[in-house]
Design a protein around this ligand. Structure first.
Ligand code: 13P
Length: 250
């Protein structure tokens, strides 16, 4: 039985004092959950978030990293740097990074490998655009992104990768995929993993849904057979709302 993993992606929001307040408020609200709770915060909040989340069941992640360990890459942060302060997770290949910062399937793959080399767990995002959805090629797009992202990883690494299926047209728009559509897309991703890595890996790998998840739709989405939790943007910025998503099953 796969555990649900519910992660917040704060994107470029929250100053350190806001991060500390939010996590302090969230911790008692989610302490009894059966799900894994992660907050992926801006680099400038990481240290404060880690300190505030100590002794709680909230895990902290970053939203990006570079694939090299160090060097002349002005403005970049490496996996080794994240690991050195106690970060456990890192989002890789979010559609906003693919769209605005020229990330490709190739750089996504390099970053995932570097994350594992540094003992970080990657949360890898895949998802189709509205045009691709309307052209009826969603499955082809997301299974291909998944295949390229995971290329060259061991079975053990794929098992420890979290995949977030985030249809781009659903991000920040208030338009959520129906639980049936999201579940079917996630099944297609799981089938692709089965084809390449076998049944055991496919059964274990966590595949989340992301895109306008909120407390009012979390139960319906996370109740679907193949949706193993969510990657939550806007609704993860407020402790009470995010706690309701985490406690969707209560
Ligand atoms: P929203 O929940 O704000 O739609 O964002 C989803 C997302 O991009 C999470 O990574």
């Amino acid at each position: 039985m796969r555990k649900k993993v519910i992660a917040g992606n704060w994107k470029m929001n929250m100053l350190p004092n806001e991060a500390i307040s939010m996590i302090t408020e969230l911790a008692p609200l989610v302490k009894d959950t059966n799900s894994e709770v992660i907050l992926c915060v801006p680099y400038t909040d990481l240290f404060y978030a880690l300190l505030t989340a100590q002794e709680t069941n909230i895990k902290i992640g970053a939203q990006n990293m570079h694939w090299e360990e160090k060097g002349a890459y002005t403005g970049e942060v490496s996996g080794q740097m994240l690991k050195s302060i106690g970060v456990e997770y890192v989002i890789i290949g979010h559609s906003e990074r693919r769209q605005y910062f020229a990330e490709t399937d190739e750089t996504v793959n390099k970053k995932i490998k570097a994350a594992f080399a540094n003992g970080l767990k990657p949360i890898v995002c895949v998802g189709e655009t509205l045009e691709q959805k309307e052209a009826g090629i969603t499955e082809q797009i997301i299974t291909n992104q998944t295949k390229l992202a995971l290329e060259g990883l061991t079975n053990e690494q794929v098992k420890n990768t979290i995949i977030a299926y985030e249809p781009i047209w659903a991000i920040g728009t208030g338009k959520t995929a129906t639980s049936e559509d999201a579940n079917n897309s996630i099944k297609a991703i799981r089938n692709k993993i089965l084809e390449i890595y076998g049944n055991e890996v496919a059964e274990d790998v966590i595949i989340q849904y992301g895109g306008s998840v909120k407390s009012s739709n979390a139960k319906e989405l996370f109740g679907a057979s193949d949706i193993d939790g969510g990657l939550v943007g806007g609704a993860s910025l407020k402790a009470e709302e995010f706690s309701k998503i985490v406690n969707y099953d209560k």
